[in-house]
Design a protein around this ligand. Structure first.
Ligand code: MG
Length: 316
């Protein structure tokens, strides 16, 4: 349910210019023309390809096939913390993307912490250094978003709040590089934590405590932290993604469009309503994700998913 207060909050941020629409600060805004896309914008999270992306040194050809399938945008995965993504130096990666007529909109990465280290004051310096280097390395892509997909260790409300504080810092750093920082969920974020608690309650019927995802949204600065909602994992967390999209119209700026495997096949995802409500918020950036990495069928599933989106009249 969208409360009027949330709506107004979003509206006032927009008019004050506090809620910078990242693409305004981003020069390569135009989606590249792609006949196969039939005028639509189709994004793909490259994690979907697993080892097939770089197999036999044929990455340039694979990217070309993505373009031919109708994809226009990419969200990268596989940053190594030191100048390479999927094992490829970023400048080389960028050239291949350009040659294939694609654009990079985002990239996924998690700061590396050692076993036993937690998000908080003690690790803030290390995490900040990670994001500075990551933003520096990704500058070549001229991309509007940079996203963390992994949930740090959280057992209590205090843990979740400490993580939210670190996200604010990551967001502040990214903003200096002209990128909007974002957080991507799985299902555990819809579990609940309590003050002084020692575990996450993932029982969908639980009502005590607060959901981690809600803490991340409401206890971070809207200007610094955006949300990438993975709609499949939201459903797996016992939630209706449409309700979250309606409730946080300016915070949920990105979607992961994901089904059990190929989009539209399981029948468990209401993509029509998801797209409709997302577009109604003035948002449009999404990435297809297909898991089952290493199956040897990734590229064909990614291609079949593009076909589904191109033939679905609710996708713009
Ligand atoms: Mg995802």
């Amino acid at each position: 349910m969208t409360s009027r207060r949330d709506f107004l909050k979003g509206a006032s941020l927009l008019t004050m210019g506090g809620m910078l629409v990242p693409e305004l600060a981003f020069s390569a805004t135009a989606v590249k023309k792609n006949k196969a896309a039939k005028g639509k914008t189709l994004g793909l999270q490259t994690y979907s390809l697993g080892p097939e992306l770089t197999k036999d040194g044929k990455m340039a050809e694979v990217l070309m096939k993505l373009h031919d399938a109708g994809y226009t945008d990419l969200e990268l995965a596989g940053y190594d913390g030191n100048g390479k993504v999927s094992g490829v130096p970023v400048a080389e990666y960028k050239k291949m993307v350009d040659d294939a007529g694609l654009r990079v909109m985002s990239s996924h990465m998690n700061p590396h912490l050692n076993r036993g280290e937690k998000y908080g004051k003690a690790t803030l310096g290390k995490i900040s250094d990670f994001w500075k280097k990551a933003c520096d390395d990704h500058a070549v892509f001229d991309m509007p978003y940079i996203v963390q997909p992994g949930l740090p260790g959280i057992n209590s409300l205090e843990d979740a709040q400490a993580v939210a504080e670190v996200y604010n810092v990551a967001g502040e750093i990214s903003k200096k590089y002209g990128m909007q920082w974002g957080y991507h969920n799985h299902d555990r974020e819809f579990g609940r934590v309590t003050a002084g608690g020692s575990n996450v309650n993932t029982d969908h019927r639980a009502r005590d405590g607060r959901q981690i995802e809600e803490i991340f949204i409401t206890e971070t600065d809207p200007d610094k932290v955006a949300i990438e909602l993975d709609v499949y994992w939201t459903v797996m967390g016992g939630q209706d993604p449409v309700e979250w999209i309606d409730k946080y119209p300016t915070r949920i700026q990105l979607l992961h469009i994901k089904d059990r495997l190929v989009l539209g096949q399981s029948g468990m995802m209401n993509f029509e309503q998801i797209f409709k409500h997302f577009y109604a918020n003035g948002q449009k950036t999404y990435f297809v994700e297909v898991e089952d990495i290493g199956s040897g069928h990734q590229l064909e599933r990614v291609q079949a998913s593009a076909k589904y989106l191109i033939s679905s009249n609710f996708v713009k």
